[in-house]
Design a protein around this ligand. Structure first.
Ligand SMILES: Nc1ncnc2c1ncn2[C@@H]1O[C@H](COP(=O)(O)OP(=O)(O)OP(=O)(O)O)[C@@H](O)[C@H]1O
Ligand SMILES: [Mg+2]
Length: 266
């Protein structure tokens, strides 16, 4: 493990394609396997806090605009949210929350490097920082995209969602070039595209995934199956390993975390 956190952003220019679900499980899955992980919510819906059993809060605003000290805005996420006594977490998970107040961050703080700079201050403390992003682009996204080392694209297996993948790829490339131009960090890259809500018997889903694989060879990860347990778990503010340990959903979540670790080489 290097002494600087890798910043992974879960992105998609489309709403409801499971960005928050995947960001939460990626962050918690890496923590369960021994990493010190910080999850940051940059979406004004504040959903990342909700799926981890907390309330949205103005912490992102305080951190980026008021320059609050990290220790005053970062919350510890209890193990029971994402692991069980039988299989306890080997690491630590922390959360930096968002709220409706997030919409006004770019009005108050116009520096597109603010996120990269604030992350640089804490990058030595964490192994990985996982960022959940908003579905629609806002002025905050320049700062968010510039800060990303790796990008994981969330998509459903439907046409419009997959067309969103292509737009999102273009956005990542645009900010990747700017990152190099301003010498912010190492070159950014796409770590994978994760099709979710997959229904294996639906021909259209299978066809759409094949098309995606043709367009982006080697980048499309094994799909996660559609299942109601994913939304049920959120009712109980638990991640899958705590809500339904050992089930298909928990196994598929494990598989995707393993894939991420293989790509990250950790
Ligand atoms: N594999 C799955 N099968 C069925 N439903 C799922 C699956 N994964 C996630 N969901 C559900 O899909 C819904 C949307 O997920 P989520 O909120 O993570 O998407 P999002 O991309 O973050 O949305 P937004 O664009 O609003 O931020 C949630 O109700 C979630 O529980
Ligand atoms: Mg979300």
């Amino acid at each position: 493990m290097t002494n600087k956190a890798t910043v992974i952003e879960v992105v998609a220019h489309k709403g409801g394609v499971t960005k928050t679900t995947l960001a939460a499980h990626l962050a918690a899955g890496l923590a369960a396997r021994g990493q010190r992980v910080l999850a940051i919510d940059t979406d004004s819906q504040g959903d990342l806090a909700k799926v981890m059993g907390m309330q949205p809060a103005d912490d992102l605003y305080a951190w980026l605009v008021d320059k609050a000290a990290p220790e005053s805005v970062v919350q510890y996420v209890p193990n029971e949210v994402y692991s069980t006594m039988d299989e306890p977490s080997n690491g630590e998970l922390y959360l930096l929350r968002s709220s409706v107040q997030t919409w006004s961050i770019p009005v108050k703080e116009r520096d597109p490097f603010v996120m990269s700079e604030r992350i640089a201050e804490i990058a030595g403390v964490f192994d990985t920082i996982v960022i959940d992003t908003a579905p629609t682009l806002s002025m905050l996204d320049s700062a968010v995209y510039l800060a990303g080392d790796k990008f994981l694209l969330a998509t459903e297996c439907e046409f419009l969602s997959m067309s969103g993948v292509r737009d999102t790829m273009a956005q990542i490339q645009k900010f990747g070039a700017r990152r190099m131009q301003y010498n912010i960090g190492k070159a950014s890259s796409v770590m994978g595209i994760l099709p979710n809500k997959f229904i294996a018997r639906t021909k259209n889903h299978r066809a759409n995934i094949s098309l995606l694989e043709m367009d982006f060879p080697g980048l499309v990860w094994s799909p996660i199956t559609h299942g109601t347990k994913w939304s049920e778990a959120q009712n109980f503010a638990r991640l899958m390993w705590a809500y339904a340990p050992g089930g298909r959903e928990a196994n598929e979540a494990n598989a995707f975390v393993s894939r991420a670790m293989a790509v990250l080489n950790v």
